[in-house]
Design a protein. Structure first.
Length: 247
């Protein structure tokens, strides 16, 4: 398996986390698409000390980048091999295809993975059905429409579950599940025994918490459950209902 790819860059004085004028090894990212998502990703990665190249076929799109962006701006098609090489794809740790075209994003992700051997790729897909297909083919996708719909539903419906992650086979999922107040005060192992799922972690007062065998569910905890996708409806039904009364 290929290890993380790094490239040597000299950062300007005052760059976050770097010594003034000293060459250091930083991870390199290539982003295709300089819309709001691409520009935001570029800023976040650069703010964390990484090097970034942004590809867009419209040079006007680079105006969305932060005025202090110091990365590489490459005009061209994100699935063109020469354009990708100009963006430094051969030294990249990861590639994100976040343009507004599903076909372009998937094509670029496949070229980067199959031609340049970059394992860490992700593609934004608007069509949720196509996103599932490519996810099963091993190309991680972010289904924009489905994610937005889930977020809206979470605010419309009083109780339920929202997908946070699915593995490439689509068989295992991590979901944030609303839990009936009747479960509060019970050990998490009781919830696991009742559902056959695993409590992956809790969010408690804004902090992530990895549960132990003695962790007890507290009021206002957010519960993140790891389960088989074909059991999600059952798990949701159990946890959003009051626990059975035992004699």
């Amino acid at each position: 398996m290929l290890g993380p790819r790094t490239a040597t860059h000299t950062t300007p004085p005052g760059a976050p986390g770097e010594a003034d004028g000293i060459a250091c090894r930083t991870v390199h990212f290539v982003i295709m698409g300089c819309g709001r998502v691409g520009a935001t990703l570029a800023k976040s990665l650069e703010d964390n000390g990484h090097s970034v190249s942004v590809i867009d076929q419209n040079p006007e799109a680079f105006r969305r980048l932060d005025s202090e962006f110091g990365g590489n701006k490459v005009t061209g098609l994100g699935f063109d091999r020469d354009t990708l090489k100009q963006a430094g794809i051969e030294d990249a740790f990861a590639f994100a295809a976040v343009s507004d075209g599903d076909n372009s994003n998937i094509l670029a992700a496949r070229v980067v993975r199959e031609t340049f051997g970059i394992e860490n790729v992700v593609a934004r897909i608007y069509d949720p059905h196509r996103a599932e297909i490519y996810q099963r083919l091993g190309i991680p996708t972010v289904a924009t429409v489905r994610w937005t719909a889930h977020q809206v539903l979470r605010r419309l419906l009083p109780m339920g579950a929202t997908d946070e992650f699915r593995d490439s086979s689509g068989q295992i999922q991590l979901s944030q599940v609303d839990v009936h107040e009747g479960w509060v005060g019970r050990p998490l192992r009781v919830l696991e025994d009742a559902t056959g799922a695993r409590i992956a972690y809790l969010t408690r007062y804004g902090d992530g918490l990895l549960p132990t065998s003695t962790t007890v569910l507290q009021e206002n905890d957010t519960v993140h459950v790891l389960m088989r996708a074909d059991t999600s409806a059952l798990v949701e039904r159990i946890l959003t209902s009051a626990p059975a009364v035992t004699e």
